[in-house]
Design a binder for this molecule. Sequence first.
Ligand code: ATP
Length: 221
Amino acid sequence: MKKQFAVIGLGRFGGSICRTLSDLGAEVLAIDVDEDRVNEFTSIATHAVIADSTDESVLKSLGLRNFDHVIVAIGDNIQASILTTLMLKELGVKKVTAKAQNDYHEKVLRKIGADHVIHPERDMGMRIARQITSSSVLDYLELSDKHSIIEVVAGRKMAGRSISDLDVRAKYGVNIVAIKGDGRISVSPRADQIIQRGDILILIGADEDIDRFKAQLLDND
Ligand code: ATP
């Protein structure tokens, strides 16, 4: 059976999630108090309804407890975001992702049981800052407070060397998950694979280990 998603709050963030889920073929219930916003999504989402998510009877009558994943994308009205998240978890929704406006909002959302909290502006700011400080870092994804996945381009320091020769796991505590190059991708590459200049490496590890790896093995220009 297809997974059922609901998106509450159809601003730029919630709207974008709703559109993408629909493009991916998922079933999406789109909810907003604002009639104009809802009208925008009638032809995009599976269902679009005008409703106030802070009203518990509304959440019940929409059957939200049966949804696999509910995204609370209410922004400015922090009280409504918190109340909605709390009631969804009390109703027994398995997975609730909520958008936070600031660090205090994030703390409260986590305390009341949000399974995943997103802080889009802050998270994207961090990601961009990491990308632009080094021309060798193509992308960055935070896995937790201390762990990340990064995509880097191999330069002169790594070119022509094998993974075992570089010994990145023992020396830096970092794992090479995949190598892309020459139109091919090697997932979990073998230790004897030779890295070419311009290959793209996807690495996973603790932030401090990744920082050491970057300092030693990337061309820092
Ligand atoms: P974005 O940055 O994603 O555009 P935002 O931070 O500006 O969003 P808001 O515009 O405050 O956030 O909220 C997003 C949407 O949530 C709005 O369309 C708003 O009508 C809707 N919304 C606010 N409160 C409720 C509620 N209680 N029930 C349902 N929808 C709500």
